[in-house]
Design a protein around this ligand. Sequence first.
Ligand SMILES: [Zn+2]
Length: 430
Amino acid sequence: MKITTCRTLLLTILLLTVYQSIAQDRAYVHRVVSELASPAMHGRGYYKEGDHKAAAFIAGELTKAEVIPLWDNYRQSYSFSINTFPGKVILRADGRKLKPGRDFVINPANGSVDALYQLKWLPDTLTKSHSVYAIVDTSQLAGIMPVLPKKLGETYRSGLKGVPALMQIDDNIWWHVSRRQWPSGKVALKVHPDAIKPGTASVRVKAKAQLLENRPAFNVGGMVRGHIQPDSFVVFVAHYDHLGRMGNEAIFPGASDNASGTAAVLDLARYYAANPEKAYYSMIFLLVSGEEAGLLGSRHFVENPPYDLTKTRFVINFDMVGTGSQGLNVFNANANPLAFGHLKKLNGQYEWFGELRERGASCNSDHCPFHQKGIPAFFLLTFGPENRHYHNIYDRAEMLPFTRYEQLFALVTTFIDNLPQLPWQTPIAE
Ligand SMILES: [Zn+2]
């Protein structure tokens, strides 16, 4: 055996040993994502209680992992209002039916509508929304729907003052959710340029909207008790909710966002439950809802924590972690420079990710409510060209490779293993 071959073999054995002792479970993670992103979960939104079905599934997984429930049935309940589209959402252009979710979306704040509009195509050269008013007389818009070019930005999201109905042409058909409903008569659509010919004369829009007020929602969580400092906590958090369905045709599966993070946290729960000696501090596995509606689940948790929140040593939030060929975004890195320095050192040592990208403290996911309470928190988000689907109907389980899953698991568990020894790891002021 040549020396180089021998060294390669030794290195392979060493790496295998590292990964085996780390014991992440890729097959389990794929299974969880397939389940959560399946049509039976209705996109984990509000249509046919998709989010409640997901909560029951997650509680079942925590039960099987035999972690300690944080609440009865592992569930913390709260409520919020949300606008939904329980029936059909129909758009016909000159009589031809467009496919919801693929060809168009309706603004999630839209109320019910059943109307025919004559289209008024505005020039492609428009770049400022106020210049619309030079072309359009807002007192003459009854039954008229102006069609706006993509360059006007997210006009479809906010609508235009004095313009009751509008269509925006955009090749990025993605959706979001709304807790409010617009007054009746106001309509905004986003339509893919391949789905409607310029010069199309009229559209018929039909949608039934339903504002669900104070609808019940659930955070789901369990714990493995720490064997050295059980009264200090590490929180692994991910949101399991997504957008649900826009009408009964368009489903937003949310495999990347955020079945991927949910699966990672459930895998960590199984790992710490099977290796309790690894839990120096108590480990919390928290799957929150209401993220897409404005971080509502994580906000509810920090306002109503099941333990003394000031005893939290660190929070790791996983949101969209199914790629990683190019690296890992670490949001809040700037806010925790020493912790980020350590994370970078570990990554440099083991070369888990090509790049750890240092990101600022943006309030774009569930780490934010913890951070605002003064608790050190990172938000991890993988990046790479292997999956860029975001908030669309293509964000499906089979599109998600989990390119660097073993590396992500190793990075996080090693960082948490090292946490008690880090010199900056002082108790949080009480
Ligand atoms: Zn999202």
